[in-house]
Design a protein around this ligand. Structure first.
Ligand code: MF3
Ligand code: CO
Ligand code: CO
Length: 276
């Protein structure tokens, strides 16, 4: 894999990994914070009886009010501003008019384009009280993402991220989804490189300052296998086990990495009163 300065590169996939400068990081900071703010709004509205269409509308209006565009709207035929993935839906669930129910877990995935930069982030939300096994899944999934991010340093490799996630998750007898991965991002939605959420340390492309990509592990309580429903989007676990995902957009720095999509309000993950 070879690298190219993003500032001089064409605005499309080129087969190279783009390295961004300070302007890119500034643009991504703003887009990432806007996506994080939108997720904070959703945090405050999710509950039993709320429809995923209502969530979709709030994000659309929020984007309009802030001069941004939801990246998924009209993307490859997708017609909503967010993805909402409930219970055994792994990712790319399509918002609809069905109310959320007490005990559901739901991922809301938001990508906002601000001044041409794409901020991509998702979080899990608990609808009222959820079963203990769902609480554990959410905690393990969040922690796996943060361990993957903590493994990022210049001179390291993309495989370090997957290894950190896989080594943390599998001892809980949970599984890491293979069919979807993180991705380079910047002035494109999905760019080089793929960030696979399993792997071996030292393998894959080297991590260099200026790389910008997502870390977005999908973790299942059962087996890792998924299938896509006939709507062409909704990915579900084949064994119908619960699935969870968190996603941050990050940039590699000289010393480690910067997370662009941290919650301004500290709503990083659901907190459970029962404790774990
Ligand atoms: N935001 C998703 C990601 O993390 C992509 C959604 S594409 C859609 O890459 F078309 F399904 F919305
Ligand atoms: Co993404
Ligand atoms: Co996303």
């Amino acid at each position: 894999m070879s690298y190219v300065e993003a500032a001089g590169a064409p605005l499309r996939k080129t087969g190279h990994i783009k390295l961004h400068g300070p302007e890119g990081f500034a643009g991504m900071r703003r887009a990432g914070q806007l996506a994080a703010q939108a997720l904070d709004l959703i945090h405050e509205m999710v509950g039993p009886g709320v429809t995923t269409d209502a969530i979709d509308n709030v994000v659309f209006e929020f984007a309009m009010d802030h001069g941004a565009l939801p990246a998924t709207l009209m993307y490859r035929g997708y017609r909503k501003s967010v993805c909402t993935s409930i219970n055994h839906v792994v990712c790319h669930g399509i918002p609809n008019d069905k109310p959320l129910r007490e005990g559901d877990i739901v991922n809301v995935d938001i990508t906002l384009i601000l001044d041409g930069w794409y901020g991509d982030s998702s979080r899990m939300f608990a609808v009222g009280e959820i079963p203990r096994r769902a609480e554990r899944l959410l905690d393990v999934t969040y922690e796996s993402m943060m361990r993957g991010i903590a493994a990022i340093r210049p001179g390291g490799h993309v495989g370090d991220i997957g290894a950190a996630i896989q080594d943390f998750v599998e001892p809980f007898h949970m599984s890491v989804v293979r069919d979807f991965c993180g991705h380079g991002v910047g002035q494109l939605f999905h760019d080089e490189p793929n960030i696979v959420h399993v792997g071996r340390r030292g393998e894959g492309p080297e991590l260099l300052p200026g790389m910008i990509f997502t870390v977005e592990p999908m973790i299942n309580l059962g087996r890792p296998h998924v299938k896509v429903l006939s709507d062409g989007w909704t990915a579900v676990t084949r064994d119908r086990s619960l699935s969870a995902q968190f996603e941050h957009t990050v940039g590699v720095t000289e010393t480690g990495c910067e997370i662009f999509t941290l919650s301004p309000k500290g709503y990083h993950k659901p907190v459970f009163s029962s404790g774990n």
